[in-house]
Design a protein around this ligand. Structure first.
Ligand code: BGP
Length: 488
């Protein structure tokens, strides 16, 4: 679809940036916080890149005022952050830690005083270790119940101050990485257990949404999903069918549950045939049907390309993806894996890649937004999008990051085209505001608008230094996106 002119961004568009508790806060055991599964996992040698952990991270816990001041200077309209569950309930359930609540209350107040809309994520992967020990984490329905009680504490405390809430961050990433690929805690490699745990997270999500609607009727809540559009490698109908399977396997298996309240039938049948079916009680069906969100959070980095699987063609084609790429998970050798019978991943000859091998695909962003609008018809909140790169601090004061500006600009223009097509996008949070700890890449892979002067080994002064992209995004916000169409 070609547009001679693009629609302007909506008047109250939420220009934002995002972070997650474990990746920025530090203060891992301060003021009564209990350990999370990431605190424990990162202490085992070899689990993380150069043994990096979130003990100090970028010390946002102690420097949140300084960070909010920079957000204000940039003109940010929204800041997405997550709450560390084990700050609120050190054991995951039971006693509430007032000091933990105070920290988030202060942060929320600071944001509001500076006219920045808080966007609160309830779960960004840092499950309290106590729940892992006591119930085997997401493998138990008791953890889902504990999650709902944790949410209740936050809904009651912040329901009047926070309008936008995110339930689960990228369930489609933390579940496979935690229970299949052993790239995240609890580092399990068992498909059957993975699908069972995933179902429990779905129940927790739906129950939290339902409770939210009872307690905070004026607010809005939704999950953040890591969406990757699936392309067909060729116009061979067999490849088109494979891409459809890929879409079901990677996207609809989660999104249908969130937005339609039930699993896609083809996928359930496929799991049954592979002896991977999980228990869905009639009570569960009711629960899922009651969890419809108010908006859909979309995290977009890249998609994937599918061709007919090798069982059908009789030969195996190229395998160019690493086992733990969170957006393209495919079994290498395990031929009983369900997706092996459905499609095969392939690289896309049209796309360049980042320094970390992720495809750069701004048009895929427009495709993403159009597909989710067409299929689920909910307002979309882009809750993550950004470029991970090596940044160089020059003379201790400047960071020139034209590659990040170029990446963001192209994505934002495609988003504007999607809006012009008819997609209802309410906000956009770039990943990330400050540099932060990358789960598996330490401080080398940077995403922020604000450089944080530390590296994997040394914390140094943790000085905050705005990058060129900071000033560029400031202008985008000031002009409500019109600067995007100006020639540089
Ligand atoms: C998403 C996560 C974020 C962030 C981002 C970049 O999947 O929700 O928390 O980490 O990816 O990932 P990485 O740091 O691995 O490049």
């Amino acid at each position: 679809m070609f547009h001679r002119t693009l629609d302007p961004f909506p008047k109250d568009f939420l220009w934002g940036a995002a972070s997650a508790a474990y990746q920025v806060e530090g203060a891992w055991d301060s003021d009564g916080k209990g350990p999370s599964i990431w605190d424990a996992y990162s202490q085992i040698k070899g689990n993380t890149f150069e043994e990096t952990d979130g003990k100090v991270a970028v010390d946002h816990y102690n420097r949140y005022k300084e960070d909010v001041k920079l957000m204000k200077e940039m003109g940010l309209k929204a800041y997405r952050f997550s709450v560390a569950w084990s700050r609120i309930l050190p054991k995951g359930e039971g006693e509430v830690n007032e000091k933990g609540l105070e920290f988030y209350e202060n942060l929320i107040d600071e944001l509001l005083e500076n006219d920045i809309e808080p966007v609160l994520t309830l779960y960004h992967w840092d499950l309290p270790q106590a729940l892992q020990d006591r119930y085997k984490g997401w493998e138990s329905r008791q953890t889902a119940d504990a999650f709902v009680e944790y949410c209740r504490v936050l809904f009651e405390r912040f329901g009047k101050k926070v309008h936008y809430w995110i339930t689960m961050n990228e369930q489609n990433v933390f579940i496979p990485l935690g229970y299949r690929w052993a790239g995240h805690p609890p580092a399990i490699t068992d498909l059957k257990r993975m699908y069972a745990a995933n179902h429990i997270v779905n129940l927790a999500n739906a129950k939290a949404v339902k409770l939210f609607h009872e307690l905070v009727p004026t607010g809005m809540i939704g999950p953040s999903f890591g969406y990757g559009p699936m392309y067909s490698y060729s116009c061979d109908p067999e490849d088109v069918l494979a891409a459809d399977n890929g879409d079901m396997f990677n996207n609809r298996f989660w999104l249908d549950v969130y937005c339609k309240g039930k699993y896609p039938k083809f996928m359930l049948k496929q799991l049954e045939k592979n002896d991977l079916a999980f228990e869905i009680t009639s009570e569960d069906k009711k629960t899922l049907a009651q969890g419809k969100p108010d908006f859909l959070g979309i995290n977009y980095y890249h998609g994937g390309t599918a061709k007919q699987n090798h069982f059908e063609t009789g030969k195996r084609s190229d395998k160019s993806f690493s086992k733990v790429d969170p957006y393209l998970m495919q079994a290498e050798k395990n031929e009983t894996a369900p997706e092996e019978m459905m499609f095969e991943n392939s690289s896309n000859p049209y796309l360049k890649k980042t320094e970390w091998g992720w495809e750069i695909d701004p048009v895929g962003f427009r495709i993403t937004l159009r597909r989710v609008q067409a299929e689920y018809d909910l307002p979309v909140f882009v809750t993550e999008n950004g470029l991970g790169a090596f940044d160089e601090l020059i003379d201790g004061q400047v960071i020139h990051d034209p590659y990040r500006i170029d990446y963001l600009k192209k994505h934002l223009l495609e988003m504007q085209k999607a809006i012009t097509d008819g997609v209802e996008v309410i906000g956009y949070c770039a990943w990330s505001f400050t540099d932060l700890l990358s789960w598996l890449n330490g401080y080398k892979k940077r995403y922020g608008f604000v450089y944080v002067d530390r590296n994997n080994q040394e914390e140094k002064e943790l000085a905050r230094i705005p990058k060129d992209s900071f000033y560029w995004y400031k202008k985008v916000i000031e002009t409500n996106g019109t600067s995007l169409q100006e020639e540089e």
